[in-house]
Write a protein that binds this ligand. Sequence first.
Ligand SMILES: Cc1ncc(COP(=O)(O)O)c(C=O)c1O
Length: 419
Amino acid sequence: MQLYQYPKSNALFDRAAKVIPAGVPGHLGPAAGCFIPVSAYPIFCETAKGAHFWDVDGNRFIDYMCAYGPNILGYNHPEVDAAARAQMEKSNCTTVPSPLMIELAELLVDTVDSADWAMFAKNGGDVTNLAMLTARAATGRKKIIKFKGGYHGILPWMLDAGYPGVLLEDVENTITIPFNSIELFKRVLEEYRGDIAGVISTPYDHQAFYENHLPEPGFWNDVRQLCTANGIVLILDDVRCGFRLDVRGSDHYYGFRADLICFCKALANGYNISALCGDASLRPSISSVFATGSYWLSAVPIAAAIRCIEIMREINAPEVMKKTGEKFAEGLTEAARQHGFEFRVTGEKAMPFLTLGDDDSSVLLQEWVAEMVMRGVFLANHHNHFMNCAMGEEDLVYTFEAAHEAFEAVRKRHPEMYR
Ligand SMILES: Cc1ncc(COP(=O)(O)O)c(C=O)c1O
């Protein structure tokens, strides 16, 4: 395979860096996005369709990052886009909302197991924050428990002390403990008895940079029972996993019922909308929370979300992605084995996190991922990947071919491995 080059992307990045902090800010940019080595990656996209995007240099990529989650049915999905376009012809950001908002809430209540109501915002962080405020409003308590490595957005209380601009005071009511440790969870409940408003967690430990961990058997059941017994609001941050594990919610998937559940990424196949859903008992509390945003009720993303959810239900999207994820994991593991590498895939199959054995520094993984990207397979070495429903057999075949070449290239660069 011909290795990709990125002259136009790089020239655009030089231009961007002069007027935009970090060139491309945030996790879609090369700095926070941890594109290592950055020279292996495209920086700007020209077009996208289905499972692929094309960069400004005309290189095609099979995109296993899916815009970090939103691409679930395939980029530019014709039916989702048609629904959005039809609504655009009518209205989008207006002084009073479109009745479509009710339709979307009804659809979520019908789809998501733990949803007795739904309300809308833009980003995942909007709804995880609203969930925290609701938990405090409902209980009159201050403290929030979260799990180590769990990412819930960029507001100060969600981050750790030491992040630039975050004060100790901002995080003094957030208690962070390891995921899956029910004993520690019980100890914290004991120590802060009567002070804990809510627990916020992703459905499993899908933190960046580390192998991902599924919930231990009984973990969610115990957390649910302890929250109920202690009057604590259980918040499921389903921003990343939502609709990839089960359209009924990832709490349903793992056999429990959250009090509040947060959706964003896959909700509208890339249109900008998030949703907070919850139990009927919390309706008065969420209604009391001051919650608004300039674009929160825009009708176009709402129309896209309705069509997206309908299609995800029709095709049982999580099942499609699980099957693709299983083949992805099997094919890469086998390719690695043939070249003498131990390949590890952790987390759920629709959202696999990749590591190599004997590679604590992750240098070999970085090199292999870079070789894959330069052959048109967009992966990341620090983050879970995402399957989508547009990925086909030919994408997997291409991926495995690239994987063979990439493993071979890494091996050649490391003669010490031939001992
Ligand atoms: C689990 C989880 N929660 C919350 C967020 C924040 O969402 P947003 O970036 O849309 O604010 C993210 C984003 O990656 C996420 O993965």
